[in-house]
Ligand binder design. Sequence first.
Ligand code: ZN
Length: 220
Amino acid sequence: MKALIEGILKFQKEAFPQRTDLFKHLSTTQHPGTLFITCSDSRVIPELLTQQEPGELFVIRNAGNIVPSYGPAPGGVSATVEYAVAVLGVTDIVICGHSDCGAMTAISSCKCMDHLPAVAGWLQHAESAKVINQSRKHASDADRLSSMVRENVIAQLSNLQTHPSVRLAQQQGQLNLHGWVYDIETGSVEALNGATNQFVSLAEHPETCAHCSTPINAVA
Ligand SMILES: [Zn+2]
């Protein structure tokens, strides 16, 4: 805890004074353009890897970057998606999986989770990805995990599109969906091409999109 308190003091002394105008502007309003959904993993920092400032990303983080399908008893993720899309009017949603994901490792290796009933229940929202991954042959455990991480991103993009607010915004041409996988060791990001269902380097193909109705603004 000492490190966190020292961090607060450093923030107040260094980072905050550099952004006083920004924080004054943000003190009563926010207009984030993107809802970024990723894992709770301590190594995945949305603002760091996308180099975004406060006010620019609306974020959901949970074990396995999961979005439960919309249903009769919507939970916290559903409420946050709805608020981001219907109230804040985000134009893009990114679902970002990552390398060495503990949640995806548990699923892909079929580890017994009897002692983790809440985790086991939560990860059932990735069941369609699990069965697809299990139906495939994998050269190694690492390949099995890598494939699981990607299938999960695809599955969660499908789940996301069961949400009424998301479907409406898509129908109105106001919302683009992106599926990314972040590699912790290299810092590289792969993006899902919705037309081919393949993940490709985002650096080499910055226009890549999973479900887009409008072209991504040109990236230098
Ligand atoms: Zn993870």
